[in-house]
Ligand binder design. Structure first.
Ligand code: HH2
Length: 260
């Protein structure tokens, strides 16, 4: 899953794809490089962010969706029903809500009606404050219990269980140690019986392991390393900014398990 942030303030690529023409070229480039789907978002959820209203989010993503629709498989990264509704009208086939239908419970119905694929993500707290003091007794089992409950909610709203994937929410209210423990113990999430998506690309934990406690991003190479580790523990969807590097690395990792 390639990441196209149509935002001025995303944590690693803010402003890069804010102009629709840049976002459109990025989406096409990612698919050419091997992305199966492109995740288009008009609101940053980086730590400390306040969010934007639906009009602004639509102003950012609609011109992109209008252009790539039918050509590039699109996921809409939003927590607002109004944005998702327009996106699926424009051909988006995947709804990626990092609040797992808590910010806007109507979003579940929009996804259900469209028959869209859904990703449910764990987050402790909310983006503005989530990194202040993340705390768990057992991070893997608490994240799994949360996702199980959100999966049941989604199904109660008419979403078919078969279209849902689950995401531990790397960086969403977690310390560096908790982020890596979640990847290490991915089997606890896989036990819920749904595919697992991991989004660790460029996240600050990947910078912090090199000794800078204030790092806000990680390198491409560190992202690829973590993505391969997640793949080897059973993740089947990887959300990444640097698509070519991830596709090549994951192909190589797959070749080790089964080639030809
Ligand atoms: N991470 C981000 C955004 N959306 N969606 C899923 N399912 N999983 C993730 O880990 C995830 C996500 C944050 O990364 P990015 O989009 O690059 O940054 P920002 O939120 O600042 O736009």
């Amino acid at each position: 899953m390639g990441v196209v942030n149509v935002t001025p303030d995303s944590f690693s690529d803010g402003g890069l794809n804010l102009a629709a023409e840049d976002a459109i070229s990025a989406a096409r480039r990612m698919v050419a490089a091997g992305a199966a789907i492109v995740d288009v978002g008009g609101e940053s959820t980086r730590p400390g962010s306040d969010g934007v209203d639906a009009d602004e989010e639509l102003r950012r993503v609609v011109p992109v969706l209008e252009e790539v629709s039918g050509e590039v498989p699109v996921s809409i990264d939003t927590s607002k029903a109004e944005v998702a509704r327009r996106a699926v009208e424009l051909g988006a086939e995947f709804v990626n809500d990092v609040t797992a239908f808590r910010a806007d419970p109507e979003l579940a119905g929009v996804a259900a009606e469209a028959g869209a694929y859904v990703c449910l993500t764990h987050m402790q707290g909310e983006p503005r404050t989530m990194q202040a003091n993340p705390s768990y007794d057992d991070v893997a089992s608490e994240v799994a219990a949360f996702l199980e409950e959100r999966l049941a909610f989604a199904v109660s709203q008419g979403v078919s269980e078969e279209v849902v994937c689950l995401d531990p929410g790397i960086g969403f209210g977690k310390t560096v140690a908790q982020n890596f423990e979640l990847i290490r113990r991915l089997d606890v999430l896989l036990a819920l019986g749904r595919p697992v998506l991991v989004g660790v690309s460029r996240k600050s934990s990947l910078g912090r392991i090199f000794g800078d406690p204030e790092a806000t991003t990680g390198t491409t190479a560190a992202s690829v390393g973590a993505a391969v580790a997640a793949y080897e523990r059973g993740a089947t969807i990887v959300r990444a900014h640097d698509v070519r590097e991830h596709v090549e690395a994951l192909h190589a990792a797959k070749a080790v398990t089964a080639w030809p």
